[in-house]
Design a protein around this ligand. Structure first.
Ligand code: F0G
Length: 432
């Protein structure tokens, strides 16, 4: 198959070589996507090949991204691929969480099981492979924490020089620590995510640094594998709904593209509906979908779910197309709803970071509102690992968590640690 970069705007559709170092259409400024032409391999043989690769010891086959390489065929060869065995994340069931969400059953596709603890690894292995194929030495991203942790790891493993830009004081220590440990040059800027993204785009062009934010279409290609692997794990039976958190909306774009391609290749027979959940203090996409009166960025996004604290999501036009193509919905949830849903996911023995819990909070709201039926087959995508933000967890359970404006968040499902004297009798009495 041959690959090209194509402008996503229907009125433009300008085409560019796959090795062009551009992030937007040079004619109209639109977002770019990777488009493939030519015949795809027969569906049944693909399914068989992908299953057989699970038994293989070849690094490419062991990757939960590159195992599906026929669906991401943008590389001329695979010598530039760096795999940390990303993907391969489980589908987990939980009666407790289903009940909380108002459902009979639920499955969580837990991307927190990735090498750096988030879904970004699925995309980063592709972005870094393309950077190496293009002969780029330095790579950069602005991040709310997970992209930077992931880029730092893959760039380091691939012998590139990672430079990350993060909003000063606004990312969790777990994520910052990862970037430092993987040796990234780390620049904390006194601005928010949206402002820094504008800055980094300018710098990348000036300094010849390859940009690995989700505006990079090769990251989106890799994130498609989250949905491809999910369908493989479900024996190609699509659920009724796929629920995911929305920040910069790269993942929403990737999921929609994956679903359209899976359908076109005959790998699934129907498209699940996408439900995108935003935090109420950073919900420009939700507000736009509900009013449809022009897209208005949020100037000062606020949420303790720092991963999705984004007011001006770059990929909203793509996300709009994908939500509409899947007859999807967009919803927003409060800080209290996120915190309580997160504690429930924890109680289920699963755990996730705050942004991921927006999914279950959103499901609870959508079932209560009759949008999602109690009997629906629902997969929620947990985007990050529970250990990404331990400070949030400790504060919640000890009743110290506060909303950005200082309003307390109730520890509805709090679990306080108990201090006891070094006295077996006293401890036995307490536990008796
Ligand atoms: N969940 C987590 C844990 C994230 O880190 C992000 C995004 C999202 C959800 C939202 O995904 O942007 O594709 O809509 N984190 C980015 C970062 C922005 O820099 O790590 P999206």
């Amino acid at each position: 198959m041959t690959a090209e970069l194509v402008c996503f705007e229907p009125s433009c559709r300008a085409r560019f070589a796959i090795d062009a170092i551009i992030y937007n259409c040079t004619k109209c400024g639109g977002l770019l996507e990777t488009i493939y032409s030519g015949d795809h391999p027969p569906t049944e043989s693909l399914k068989k090949t992908w299953r057989e690769r699970r038994m293989s010891n070849e690094p490419l086959d062991q990757s939960g991204v590159w195992r599906y390489r026929e669906m991401i065929p943008f590389l001329a060869d695979h010598k530039n691929v760096i795999t940390l065995r990303e993907g391969n994340t489980p589908l987990l069931e939980s009666c407790l969480a289903a009940e909380y969400g108002g459902l009979r059953n639920i499955q969580f596709k837990h991307q927190g099981f990735n090498p750096t603890g988030s879904f970004k690894d699925n995309g980063m292995t592709c972005g870094v492979a393309q950077a190496r194929a293009l002969g780029m030495r330095r790579v950069a991203c602005v991040s709310t924490g997970n992209t930077s942790a992931s880029m730092a790891a893959y760039a380091a493993a691939g012998g590139l020089e990672p430079i990350i830009f993060i909003p000063h004081g606004n990312i969790s220590y777990g994520k910052l620590a990862q970037a430092l440990e993987y040796g990234a040059r780390t620049i904390q800027v006194e601005a928010n995510f949206d402002q820094i993204l504008a800055l980094v785009r300018e710098l990348a062009e000036k300094l010849g640094i390859y940009l690995l934010n989700s505006i990079n279409p090769f990251r989106i290609e890799g994130q498609k594998s989250i949905v491809i692997e999910m369908m493989d794990q479900r024996d190609w039976n699509p659920p009724d709904w796929i629920v995911l958190p929305g920040g910069n909306l790269g993942n929403t774009s990737a999921f929609g593209k994956a679903l359209r391609e899976l359908l076109a290749w005959g790998l699934i027979a129907k498209t699940p509906r996408l439900a995108v959940i935003q935090a109420a203090g950073a919900a420009p996409f939700c507000d736009f979908m509900q009013t449809r009166t022009g897209f208005v960025p949020v100037g000062h996004p606020e949420t303790l779910a720092t991963a999705i604290k984004i007011g001006d999501p770059v990929s909203w036009p793509k996300a709009l197309r994908e939500v509409e193509a899947s007859s999807g919905v967009v919803e927003k949830v409060t800080e209290q709803e996120i915190a309580d849903a997160k504690a429930q996911i924890g109680r289920a023995g699963i755990g996730c970071e705050p942004a991921s819990a927006a999914t279950l909070a959103g499901i609870r709201k959508l079932t209560a509102g009759g949008v999602i039926h109690r009997d629906a087959d629902v997969v929620a995508v947990l985007t990050g690992n529970v250990l990404k933000d331990p400070d949030y967890i400790y504060r919640y359970h000890t009743d110290q968590l506060q909303q950005p404006d200082g309003t307390p968040i109730r520890a509805t499902f709090g679990n306080r640690p108990e201090v006891m004297p070094n006295d077996p009798a006293a401890i036995a009495r307490a536990l008796g």
